[in-house]
Structures are given as structure tokens and as C-alpha cells.
Write a protein that binds this ligand. Structure first.
Ligand code: SAM
Ligand code: DTB
Ligand code: SF4
Length: 337
């Protein structure tokens, strides 16, 4: 959604500090005004190129600067990726997200192949999302032309805390890619990670930056740090669960139209905690037993949770297809804006 007015840091601070149940109540009300609260977007993730990344993100298993045990994998073949996408569709997912451990996109055969993957996934009638690191405007346009629905590029934390987490790039590099994505007419999927050792002020600052992106992200992934052995954050303590719910609620209130996605870290959360996050406005999850390199709840556990809560999978292209018409019209195959 295009922002018309800046949301001030004071507004975000005041919201963040409200009594939790009032906050959840308001978030829930806003959620119900803007979405069908009986629906959950089911997304599937696949790592299409694993490990060997030259960025030094302190949380990441795939950075060459860290010592996580990891099976590295060169870029997968298109047909293998499409096979996985087909399976994801059969198990009820409507968005297929492909992640590559690249610091940035380089033009060449690898990127050509990723564009083919995007086209193949879109042609299946699935929403497609990729996360490939930094990219320029021409590369974003190529992805748009291939039928890409959204580009995932997280800000992760506040500008103030950023260099405690990553030193090989800066906040403006991230914002610059988000701008290239927006200019190409692709929706952005942009959120952060909680539990990096950040303060409450950092969480408020991150939410403030996300809410003032213009346009606001179509999707906001809220990741809980998955502490990985061999990374500098392996011994980080999990943040308080109510602090996590608070962030979900504030994200929902500030970005009413966005999909708020419970991303990494669900495996360690109880079903009651997840239900409270859904109450606070979260309406998307990753399903399938693996995220990129770490574990996610089993498919059966998630289906049981949705069934117990009376939630149903959301259809693809609910808010309009990339052809500019309504849900399901051309399943993203049209190249029109
Ligand atoms: N290289 C690309 C990038 O950084 O944009 C894409 C892949 S990267 C693994 C995608 C996102 O996963 C990161 O931005 C980060 O927010 C999240 N992530 C990575 N490792 C994580 C971890 N251990 N716990 C929680 N989130 C994590
Ligand atoms: C996002 O915000 N979270 C997902 C997706 N976007 C690409 C990735 C989570 C990765 C968790 C750590 C791992 O499995 O390596
Ligand atoms: Fe590379 Fe992305 Fe991991 Fe950072 S988060 S090390 S950029 S794969």
C-alpha cells in the first residue's frame, strides 16, 4: 500500500508500550477489517543454492565467515525445483519461495536459470517469491517479466544495531534493493529477525522503518532467530514470547494490508503461542519440514494446528494478480503490470 503520511517513531513507541492484551485486541480488530481471519497463507521454502555466501551475517548458517556444519549445494536444476514446487502445490501451498545464498545477483547463466524457475512456478498457478540478495533495477525487471510475485529482502534489525550483526553491507544497500524491487512493480516481502541481541528500541526502530517503506511491504516475515551451532549467535537466548507477540501485533496495526508471516523459529513455539500470534494478526506461515537449512514443524503438525483452530488455506493471488485483475484470472502468467 502507498504510504501517504510518515508514521513517527513516537507513534510506534506508544503502540509498542501498550498493555499486551489491548494491543492484541486492536491488532485483531484491524486484521478482521482488512483480511479474512479464517484464512492462512501457506508458503513453501526451498534453498536453490546453499552455503558459501561471502556476506558475514552473524545469524546465518550459510556464511563463509561462520563455521556451521552445512551441506553446500550448487544452484539446483530447474526441473528439480519445479518438481518440488509441484509437490508444494499438491500439499496445499499457494506460494513457493526460492532462496539462494548469494550476496547479490550477477548477470549470467545462473540468473537466467532462476528466471526460468520463476516462470515455471508462476505457470503452475503458484505465487512465486525469490530471495537472492542485492539486485539492480534491470534484474528486478527481468524477474517481474518472468512472473515474479514478490521479492524477499529483509532489513533484519534496526539501522542502529545493523553493524553488530552484519559488516559486509549496510542498511542503505538493503533499502536500495527494496527500491529497485518497487520500481520494477514487484511486491516486497520484507521483515526482520527477533533474538539477535537487539534492544526493545531496536525492535521499535525496525517496525518504524518497515511501516514507512513506500509502498509498504506486501508481506512481513517475522523470524525468530534459529540459533545455529558455529555462528556467533549460537548461544543467544530466545526472546520472551510475549515480546514476539507484541511485535506481530504492532506489525499488523502499522501495516494493515500486509501478510504478516511467522517465519523462522516456529519449531520451538507452542501451538498456544502460535495461536495467540494468529489472534494478533499473523496470517501466513512456512509449511514443510525444512526452511532453508534448518528444521520447521512437520506438515502434519501444521495441518492439525490449522484444523484445530478452524483455519483454511488462502487461495493464490488473493489481492490481485500481476496482470492487474482479480484472483485466479491468469495465475500470474500475464506480463502486464
Ligand atoms: N542471501 C539472501 C539475503 O540475505 O537476502 C537470501 C537468503 S537469507 C538466508 C534470507 C533471510 O533468512 C535472511 O534475511 C534472514 O532474515 C533469514 N535468516 C537466515 N538465517 C536465519 C536464522 N538462523 N534464524 C532466523 N532467520 C534467519
Ligand atoms: C524469511 O524472512 N525467512 C525465510 C525466508 N524469508 C527466506 C528464511 C528463514 C531461514 C531460517 C534459517 C535457515 O533455515 O537457514
Ligand atoms: Fe548470505 Fe543471506 Fe546468509 Fe547473509 S543471510 S550470509 S546474505 S545467505
Amino acid at each position: 500500500m502507498k504510504n501517504t503520511k510518515e508514521i513517527t517513531i513516537e507513534v510506534v513507541k506508544t503502540l509498542y508500550n501498550r498493555p499486551l492484551l489491548d494491543l492484541v485486541y486492536e491488532a485483531s480488530t484491524i486484521h478482521r477489517k482488512n483480511h479474512d481471519a479464517s484464512e492462512m497463507q501457506l508458503c513453501t521454502l526451498l534453498s536453490i543454492k546453499t552455503g558459501g555466501c561471502t556476506e558475514d551475517c552473524g545469524y546465518c548458517s550459510q556464511s563463509v565467515h561462520n563455521e556451521a556444519e552445512l551441506e553446500k549445494e550448487i544452484l539446483l536444476k530447474t526441473e528439480n525445483v519445479l518438481e518440488q514446487a509441484k509437490k508444494a502445490k499438491e500439499s496445499g501451498s499457494t506460494r513457493f519461495c526460492m532462496g539462494a545464498a548469494w550476496p547479490k545477483v550477477l548477470d549470467g547463466r545462473a540468473f537466467d536459470r532462476v528466471c526460468d524457475m520463476v516462470k515455471g512456478v508462476s505457470d503452475m498457478g503458484l505465487e512465486s517469491c525469490v530471495t537472492l540478495g542485492m539486485l539492480n533495477e534491470e534484474q528486478a525487471i527481468r524477474l517481474k517479466d518472468a512472473g515474479l510475485s514478490a521479492y524477499n529482502h529483509n532489513l533484519d534489525t534496526s539501522r542502529e544495531f545493523y553493524d553488530k550483526v552484519i559488516t559486509t553491507r549496510n542498511y542503505d544497500d538493503r533499502l536500495n534493493t527494496l527500491e529497485n524491487v518497487a520500481k520494477a512493480g514487484i511486491s516486497s516481502c520484507c521483515g526482520g529477525i527477533l533474538g539477535l541481541g537487539e534492544s526493545e528500541a531496536d525492535r521499535i526502530s525496525l517496525l518504524h522503518t518497515l511501516a514507512n517503506l513506500n509502498p509498504q511491504p506486501e508481506s512481513v516475515p517475522i523470524n525468530m532467530l534459529v540459533p545455529v551451532e558455529g555462528t556467533p549467535m549460537a548461544d543467544n537466548k530466545m526472546i520472551d514470547i510475549f515480546e514476539w507477540i507484541r511485535c506481530v501485533a504492532v506489525a499488523r496495526i502499522l501495516m494493515p494490508k500486509a501478510m504478516v508471516k511467522l517465519s523462522a523459529g516456529r519449531l520451538t513455539l507452542s501451538k498456544e503461542a502460535q495461536a495467540m500470534a494468529f489472534m494478533a494478526g499473523a496470517n501466513a506461515i512456512f509449511t514443510g519440514d525444512k526452511l532453508l537449512t534448518t528444521a520447521n514443524p512437520e506438515k502434519d503438525a501444521d495441518h492439525a494446528l490449522l484444523k484445530d483452530l478452524g483455519l483454511k488455506p488462502r487461495v493464490p493471488f488473493k489481492t490481485g494478480c500481476s496482470c492487474g485483475k482479480s484472483e485466479g484470472c491468469c495465475s500470474g502468467k500475464s506480463k502486464a503490470a
